[in-house]
Structures are given as C-alpha cells and as structure tokens.
Design a protein around this ligand. Structure first.
Ligand code: AKG
Ligand code: FE2
Length: 239
C-alpha cells in the first residue's frame, strides 16, 4: 500500500500539498473503445496545472516562435519534461494495471498496454509536438512502420475529434461496405494509448475544417491545439 501511495505521489503529487487541482487516483479513469482493440483513452490524465506547465515547457523550447513552424521532432534523448511525461504514463499504466482488475490479467484484449511494450527501455525515444491552428488537422494515416508498436498521444489547449477508420486490405472489400469509422473526443489533458489493432489496422486522422468537428450535435469550438506524440523507433531504424 505504501508503494502505491508513493507511486501516486510521484505521478500526481502529494494530495496534501497545495496543488489540489492535480488529478488524483480517484479521477484517473480509462475508457476502452469497444470497436477497436488496443485503443484506450484517459480523459483526465493531466490536471489544468500540469497542462499549463507542459505548455510553458514547450513554449520555452522556442520551436514555434516562427509562425510557419508547426512541428518539432526529437529522437533519442528527449527533453527532461518529455522524459517526465513518459515516466508519468508508465507509472499511470502500471498503477492502473495494479488497481483496476478490468485492465489487468495479461489478456491483450483488455490490457491497457502489453507488458512487452511497457517494460521496454526506454519506453519512448521519439517525440513529435504538433501545433494546429484553428481549422488545421492531420490526414488519415497509419504511423510509419519505422516506429515500434505502442504510441501515446497527449492533447493540449483545444478539444478535437480524432477519427479512426479501418485500413482497407484489398479493392474487393472496398466495394462491399464503407469502412467503419470511429470518432474519439479528445479533450485537453487527455492521453490516448494506441497499440496492436489500433496502431496497425486502423488509420487515424483529424479534420478540423469548419463544420466537421461535431460531437453530440454541437460543433466544437476550434482554437489552437498542441499534441505531444511519444513513440519508440524500431531497433534497426535510423532517425
Ligand atoms: O495530433 C495528434 O493528436 C495526432 C498526431 C499524429 O497522429 C501523428 O503525429 O502521427
Ligand atoms: Fe499518427
């Protein structure tokens, strides 16, 4: 129990400290997307204070000083704040596996992140920070094969809908039925974990053109959005 408390304090701070808006164990819930294996969302992974700390760190990097620059990439040694973020993700998964019986048990269908991925070292060695202005998104894609399985995405600043669409294997299938499309509502401070089917058999994309970002009949207010994607390069790949 003491170990759990220590991990909780390491990840989210001491609940008796003044940072009372930080997310605590009781609010850290994981949602599984029922249609897609290997896709998990933790809606309240970062508190507002943690989000603004991260945004300050990103601003300090100076990557987006030029308005024409909307993406920064790092390989190998990541900035300290990204390494800390990676540790928080690791510890949050480990903790949830320990405390939430629904997420444990080693069955890949219901586990948050397979242990073979969780216990690799380092967990992540590649970072992409994307900056999207209102109306900007990212086309449907499967992340490049030079990255291993097991990807984490943090959303900051503005909400969006990420859509997942089944990868089409052959033309024959394409004529039969439209691909299944699954929307995922990403709020600031949320964490997405993507592995297995979600990483290889589904494309993901974000279309933020006016009129497209609809959720429960309402259009989402589009502002600047920052995302942090953490991945690991395949061992035989060069950056
Ligand atoms: O911005 C996002 O939330 C996703 C980014 C992404 O899919 C990528 O960089 O491959
Ligand atoms: Fe991606």
């Amino acid at each position: 129990m003491d170990d759990l408390k220590r991990i909780l304090n390491d990840v989210f701070g001491d609940s008796s400290s003044s940072d009372s808006d930080d997310v605590s164990q009781s609010t850290l819930g994981w949602e599984k997307t029922s249609q897609i294996n290997g896709l998990w969302l933790c809606r309240h992974f970062l508190s507002p204070r943690q989000q603004s700390c991260l945004l300050t760190q990103i601003q300090k990097e100076g990557w987006f000083n030029e308005s024409s620059c909307n993406q920064a990439m790092r390989f190998g040694d990541l900035p300290g704040w990204a390494t800390e973020l990676s540790s928080s993700i690791y510890e949050a998964i480990l903790l949830s596996n320990l405390t939430d019986s629904a997420a444990s048990g080693g069955d890949e269908g219901i586990c948050l992140f397979p242990e073979t991925l969780l216990f690799r070292e380092p967990l992540f060695d590649q970072l992409i920070v994307n900056k999207y202005e209102a109306g900007e998104g990212i086309r449907f894609h499967v992340d490049l094969m030079r990255f291993e399985d097991g990807i984490a995405i943090i959303s900051l600043d503005s909400s969006c809908i990420m859509h997942f669409s089944q990868v089409r294997m052959g033309e024959e299938n394409q004529e039969k039925s439209p691909p299944m499309n699954v929307p995922l509502y990403l709020t600031p401070g949320s964490l997405v974990l993507m592995w297995g089917d979600a990483r290889y058999l589904w494309e993901h994309g974000i279309d933020r053109r006016p009129g497209v970002q609809m959720w429960e009949g309402q259009e989402i207010d589009q502002k600047r959005r920052i995302s942090i994607t953490l991945r690991r390069l395949c061992q035989n790949s060069t950056p």
